[in-house]
Design a protein around this ligand. Structure first.
Ligand SMILES: NC(=O)c1ccc[n+]([C@@H]2O[C@H](COP(=O)([O-])OP(=O)(O)OC[C@H]3O[C@@H](n4cnc5c(N)ncnc54)[C@H](OP(=O)(O)O)[C@@H]3O)[C@@H](O)[C@H]2O)c1
Length: 254
């Protein structure tokens, strides 16, 4: 049984989608949770209310994690108001679905800032809270198959996810010996607001059922959250700098 009581977890982008489900999953295991959002205040408050209903503490903090100042202020709030941070889940992502040849430099920079630099901003700002605790602190980033394979209109996000995975490994080198584990969950396709906007997602979802080895059991946000929960727990203390794929086996074969 995973027990995260007396732990404090920050999940970026936990107003909706996989982030929200992960926040609830960590709270269910006993963690208090900082719910972060950038625009969906009402949804973030709903996530927090549900966590409080579970008997845990929740704080709602607006911060655009693509902005270093916002990331610093988010961690500053946690340091000041809570004084403890054990887990960071870098879940927030953006990028827009467009061909690389139709994109502008600002689109690329925005995807990189939100999906990659946010991890560095948060790790840098929170280092003193995370290191040399009586137990290991955990940082988990959420990646996708676009890091390894080409998908239509996914070049900006896919490129950023490849960078995210490399940055996670390099951060591991810098923080691993100080008591911090950094790992990545690479998720298959999950129905959320963002995949509803992904061009051709209907065909991808249909193809995914065909490629998965799980019969009609489709991948859901909770499956990703379960992997994050494992990586935030002491069960994964010896898992370091790794990528854990959660997709029902869809990506291991042609
Ligand atoms: N869905 C999939 O199939 C899939 C597959 C593989 C990996 N992933 C990854 O899983 C993660 C979550 O995806 P999702 O599908 O759940 O996304 P989603 O439904 O679009 O939710 C995105 C969340 O990120 C927040 N966010 C976006 N930009 C932000 C910023 N600059 N600062 C702070 N928060 C920000 C949003 O906040 P607001 O509500 O305030 O806008 C929202 O809570 C992403 O890293 C995504 O790449 C998803």
């Amino acid at each position: 049984m995973i027990d995260l009581r007396n732990r404090v977890s920050l999940i970026t982008g936990s107003s909706r989608g996989i982030g929200r489900t992960t926040a609830l999953k960590l709270a269910e295991a006993g963690s208090d949770v900082i719910v972060n959002y950038v625009s969906s205040k009402k949804a973030a408050i709903e996530t927090a209310k549900e966590i409080i209903r579970m008997g845990r503490q929740a704080w709602v903090v607006k911060a655009d994690v693509s902005e270093e100042q916002d990331a610093r202020e988010l961690i500053g709030f946690i340091r000041r108001e809570i004084g403890q941070l054990d887990n960071i889940v870098c879940n927030a992502a953006t990028g827009g679905f467009r061909n690389l040849l139709d994109s502008e430099t600002k689109h690329f920079e925005h995807a990189m800032a939100t999906n990659v630099l946010s991890l560095v901003f948060l790790a840098r700002a929170a280092k003193d809270l995370l290191v040399n605790r009586p137990y290991r602190s955990k940082v988990v980033a959420i990646s996708s198959h676009g890091a390894d394979i080409a998908l239509p209109m996914y070049g900006l996000i896919g490129g950023s996810k490849a960078a995210l995975e490399s940055i996670a490994r390099h951060l591991t080198l810098e923080l691993g010996h100080l008591g911090v584990n950094i790992n990545v969950v690479k998720a298959g396709l999950v129905k959320t607001d963002s995949t509803d906007r992904l061009p051709g997602s209907e065909e991808m979802f249909a193809g995914r059922v065909h490629k998965s080895m799980m019969g009609n059991r489709v991948l859901e946000a909770v499956d990703v959250a379960n992997a994050v929960l494992f990586l935030c727990s002491s069960l994964s203390d010896l898992v370091q700098g790794e990528i854990l794929t959660v997709d029902g086996g869809a990506a291991i074969h042609v």
